[in-house]
Design a protein around this ligand. Structure first.
Ligand SMILES: O=C(O)CCC(=O)C(=O)O
Length: 268
């Protein structure tokens, strides 16, 4: 299975509409891939908080339409990254979309862990409540977005739901690039799964993006890593490798679930 990660540059001097057209043509150019992935909030920029409300779209808005068309034109499975969704009740979500090679939407994932502590996404957006997996012909994807990468329990939940390939769409800052690489490898090793983590290039909301999209195999080996600028990272994945790794080194079977917490402050 060939996967192409599109590390698109997100800069404020390009309009959202122009970037949408450009993203669609980058997807269409990946016809030789089986799976194409875009990063987090590439239409507006993950740190362009002040533009979130103005650029919010309904689930089936312009980004959905452009990406459905691009997936069908390229004939690929497309994880279209995320966009700012305005739900019917007015709540904003950081929502990722996945399309089939026929251009049908097969999944929508609302980011579960909102980033920003007391500002930005954390206060402006609603939190997703559902783990999302997507069964492809060769593998099952488990979906995550950026800050989710710091929460191993989400990934374990995805693995328990059958995920073999963990996709992380991100807009990760350069300042914490070392965490990005480390956590991507950790999620791959502990879950014995592929990790396909795609970030953005460029600078938006005054935050320089890390780029350095990365693909890690189920043994923790880095199969490829992009540089800092706009780039398409293409890698070959072998879906059988997940099953083989889990059989040959069956650590996932040694989990100790249901342990009770230690009683604190009680004399022994
Ligand atoms: O966790 C981090 O360091 C970055 C997270 C982030 O930028 C995001 O979720 O948008």
């Amino acid at each position: 299975m060939r996967a192409s990660l599109i590390q698109i540059a997100v800069d404020p001097d390009e309009s959202v509409e122009a970037r949408r057209v450009r993203a669609a043509s980058l997807v269409v150019a990946q016809r030789v891939a089986d799976l194409v992935i875009l990063p987090e909030l590439w239409p507006v920029g993950a740190f362009a908080y002040t533009a979130f409300a103005a650029e919010a779209e309904p689930l089936e808005g312009p980004t959905h339409e452009a990406m459905a068309k691009a997936a069908a034109e390229a004939g690929v499975w497309l994880h279209a990254g995320s966009f700012v969704e305005r739900a019917e009740d007015g709540t904003l979500y950081n929502t990722s979309l996945v399309f089939s090679p026929e251009g049908e939407r097969v999944a929508a994932y609302r980011k579960i862990h909102r980033f920003g502590f007391d500002q930005g996404e954390a206060v402006m957006m609603g939190a997703g409540e559902e783990l999302v997996t997507v069964a492809l012909p060769d593998t099952t994807l488990g979906l995550a977005t950026c800050y989710d990468l710091r929460f191993p329990e989400q990934f374990r939940g995805l693995v328990d739901a059958g995920a073999e390939t963990l996709v992380v769409a991100a807009g990760w800052p350069e300042r914490r690039r070392s965490h990005w690489t480390l956590l991507a490898q950790a999620r791959a090793v502990e879950n014995q799964a592929y990790v396909l983590a795609v970030g953005t290039a460029g600078t938006h909301g005054d935050v320089q993006q890390a780029g350095h999209s990365i693909v890690v195999d189920p043994w923790g080996e880095v199969l490829g890593q992009a540089g800092a600028d706009e780039e398409v990272l293409t890698v070959e994945l072998d879906a059988d490798k997940v099953r083989a790794t889990r059989e040959q080194f069956p650590a996932l079977k040694d989990r100790r679930l249901g342990l009770t917490s230690p009683l604190r402050g009680r004399p022994h």
